[in-house]
Design a protein around this ligand. Structure first.
Ligand code: SAM
Length: 335
């Protein structure tokens, strides 16, 4: 690449860093949602500030910056947002939803003061703050949309089995959002979530209570290599979790034991491409960024080959590996 072109290429990345923070402010303060709600007529910065209880002068500055970053448009002093931006940043039920990824990237980077020490010493940060796990709950909203629209479309027999009375297990349930979405999508099912972080257990129980689903969803606080409930579940599910465990085959074995014959095990994750050409793509750039966020805490995204090795080590033979349109991958096995 010519130096000028390389300069342009790298400037785009630097601009992208600031763009992330414009998105973060726009999402967290409800600015983008309010602009969308205003529709085609748009809204002035002063009215936007009034509706979102923010400081009018600074909202004017945010608006000009967001316009520069092509997130909003200012015409005759009125702000609008295009459908494509609104859909990708605000519509959590779409597989293309990136709002949660922006929030998570910004929140995760608050811990990066320790990044250099981690690379120098090889010692990861001892514990991420509670705000980090709360942001995972928002990040993985996208995975729920991927599960409903891409995984279930690829495994129609699973949908048939999730009839009233079916039992569903979420291993590492985090804040319980997937369980709540499943309970609503599959009426009459009974669900259990296992989670070991105390703050995530509390958030999951609070989320289940405010969804008025305590009669159908139980959150168990514990480690996942001894789940118990032998032979009870029609589906056991791992979402964005297996790669974070020091010994992934152990919880896989434990989840497999908890499924009855004919039941399903599904692990949905984002894998590190082994093929350099797959890594040298926009998707690869994003995955490499997520990897940085894993490395700081002493975990790492796995490759698909490593993941299949965990299934083999757990004695789960010939799982199907399904690469999904979103870039996520589901590994599916039937007992
Ligand atoms: C990236 S989060 C994913 C959470 C959730 N599945 C979601 O999609 O929102 C990984 C989860 O694994 C949990 N976890 C890690 N080790 C665990 C263990 N030994 N037992 C149970 N949960 C564990 C963490 O607390 C965290 O909630």
């Amino acid at each position: 690449m010519r130096t000028d072109d390389r300069f342009e290429d790298l400037v785009v990345s630097l601009g992208g860093f600031y763009r992330t923070w414009y998105v973060y402010v726009g999402l967290e303060l409800g600015l983008l949602q309010s602009i969308r709600d205003a529709g085609l007529n748009g809204i002035t910065a002063a009215e936007l500030a009034r509706r979102t209880s923010t400081e009018p002068g600074l909202i004017g500055d945010w608006a000009r910056g967001a316009d520069a970053h092509d997130l909003v448009r200012i015409d005759d002093g009125r702000l609008t947002v295009t459908d494509d931006v609104a859909q990708v940043l605000l519509d959590a039920d779409r597989p293309e939803y990136l709002g949660g990824q922006f929030l998570h990237a910004a929140t995760g980077s608050l811990d990066y003061a320790q990044l250099l020490d981690v690379f120098r010493t090889g010692t990861p940060v001892a514990k991420r703050p509670d705000r980090y796990r709360a942001s995972i709950e928002r990040l993985t909203v996208q995975d729920i949309a991927v599960f409903f629209q891409e995984v279930l479309a690829s495994v129609p027999d699973l949908v048939v089995d999730l009839k009233p009375g079916a039992r569903i297990l979420d291993v590492h349930c985090g804040g319980g959002r997937w369980l709540i979405a499943m309970a609503r999508r599959f009426p009459g099912t009974q669900l259990v979530g296992v989670e070991f972080e105390p703050d995530s257990v509390s958030r999951a129980r609070a989320n289940v209570a405010s969804a008025v689903l305590t009669d159908r969803i139980a959150i168990e606080h514990g480690a996942v290599d001894a789940i118990g409930h032998t032979g009870q579940f029609d589906l056991a599910y791992f979402q964005y979790a297996l790669h974070q465990l020091p010994d992934a085959p152990a919880p896989l074995r434990s989840a497999w034991d908890a499924i009855h014959p004919g039941g399903w095990l599904v692990a949905l994750d984002w894998y590190m491409p082994s093929d350099p050409d797959e890594l040298r793509t926009r998707h690869g750039e994003l995955i490499a960024g997520v990897q940085l966020d894993e490395l700081i805490q002493g975990t790492r995204l796995a490759s698909r080959i490593e993941a299949l090795g965990w299934f083999e080590a757990a004695g789960i033979s010939t799982p199907a590996l399904i690469d999904l349109p979103s870039g996520a991958t589901a590994i599916v096995a039937r007992r």
